[in-house]
Design a protein around this ligand. Structure first.
Ligand SMILES: *Cc1c(COP(=O)(O)O)cnc(C)c1O
Length: 394
């Protein structure tokens, strides 16, 4: 039966139409066409590790999945043992002491918490400060809550950190929430201690909650250790920090993460979750405990893999004449596109002529125009091949 026969006209809510247009239609079409022509595609377009989850974590899930206690509804704030493990991990990694009862909840991935946070904090018409370019969920969550996004440009000359002094007073006065994300997707930039101090000062002055997305805290190179916002004095009063096991332990499909920080904010998010979802599968939380508390050898091995790939791709892109810089963290390379191209025309050309798929920078916001993002999610020989092909066509 066709929908015409039913006679129901489905009207879609305005909030969906308010989301930014999906910019990848043309690129998706070109990718499909290239695949249909039998082109050997090298896909650097998706931020999803190609390396499997470590065996000890899989074993922990197998054992936990067999326990009947885990077959029932979880608590929406997460297992006490998972929250204690997250607190231990935090203390070990950042020397920050957190109360697992009050200051941490489990999330069904960081994305879930990020997307729900504006529902907990923002009234219709209130402003949310969002970086541009950025992970799209900060904006989507804001729109779904009826909030008004204000975009903070991330410019190369500022190290891809937002200039807080450039935020107009009236915007700051109406702002309830600010998202920041370091190490940064898509630019690969990292935050300085001084920047986080400025963030805390801004938050106090304007009464704004800060939500820092630390999803990439464990993917960093050359011995560099990314900071936690919560290390900075005063941050625990104004901020929360999102963590994900997805990128650290190659667990994107498992949907597990947590948020830590200011009790009232964490608790407001818990209330939203209690009404919308029923928490993360407890067996996955048990596997997450294994991931956080047992040997971190797999994480170190991962970093070696990413670092070698980063070095190979950077060298190859430079040889091809692109002004790409090696990121200190994340598995992304954020390269300026060559003269005469837009983000979209460059990415389209790479698919058509080189069979290399990457993401146009403007897909992350208008200040991403002029860049392309390449994810290091292919092995060294494929990355070398991708760079060689790019060199030939440029
Ligand atoms: C991948 C990613 C996430 C999502 O993490 P999940 O825990 O898998 O939901 C959040 N923020 C950024 C910046 C990401 O790149």
């Amino acid at each position: 039966m066709g929908s015409d026969e039913i006679g129901l006209k489905v009207s879609i809510a305005h909030r969906l139409a308010q989301l930014p247009p999906y910019l990848f239609v043309e690129i998706d079409r070109k990718k499909r066409e290239a695949m249909a022509r039998g082109v050997d595609i090298i896909n650097l377009g998706i931020g999803d590790p190609d390396i499997p989850t470590p065996q000890n974590i899989i074993r922990a899930l197998e054992i936990a999945a067999a326990k009947p206690v885990n077959h029932r509804y979880p608590e929406s704030e997460g297992l006490q043992e998972f929250r204690e493990a997250a607190a231990k991990w935090y203390a070990r990694r950042f020397h920050v002491e957190l109360d697992p009862q009050r200051e941490i909840i489990t999330l069904i991935g960081a994305k879930e918490g990020i997307g729900h946070l504006p529902l907990a904090l923002v009234n219709p018409g209130e402003v949310v400060l969002i970086p541009d370019p950025a992970y799209p969920v900060y904006n989507a969550g804001t729109i779904f809550a009826g909030g008004e996004p204000y975009f903070m440009p991330l410019l190369r000359e500022n190290g891809f950190l937002p200039d807080l002094k450039a935020i107009p007073e009236d915007i700051a006065a109406r702002a309830r929430l600010m998202f920041v994300n370091y190490p940064n997707n898509p630019t690969g930039a990292v935050a300085t201690w001084e920047f986080y101090e400025q963030v805390v000062e801004f938050a106090r002055k304007h009464n704004v909650v800060v939500a820092q997305d630390n999803t990439y805290s464990e993917i960093a190179y050359d011995g560099y250790e990314p900071l936690s916002l919560l290390q900075v004095p005063g941050a625990a009063e104004v901020g929360i920090e999102f963590h994900s096991l997805s990128k650290t332990f190659n667990m994107t499909g498992w949907r597990i993460g947590f948020v830590a920080g200011r009790h009232e904010v964490v608790d407001a998010l818990r209330s939203v979750k209690a009404n919308l979802d029923s928490g993360a599968f407890q067996a996955v939380q048990e596997a997450g405990i294994e991931a956080m508390l047992n040997s971190q050898a797999a994480v170190r091995a991962n970093i070696k893999v990413w670092q070698e790939r980063r070095d190979v791709l950077i060298e190859g892109l430079r040889a091809a004449g692109l002004a790409a810089e090696a990121p200190k963290a994340t598995f992304y390379i954020w390269t300026p596109v060559p003269e005469g191209y837009t983000s979209a025309s460059f990415v389209s050309m790479l698919i058509e002529k080189a069979g290399v798929v990457c993401t146009p920078g403007n897909g992350f916001g208008k200040y991403g125009e002029g860049y392309a993002r390449m994810a290091l999610t292919a092995d060294v020989s494929r990355l070398r091949e991708a760079a060689d092909r790019i060199k030939q066509i440029l």
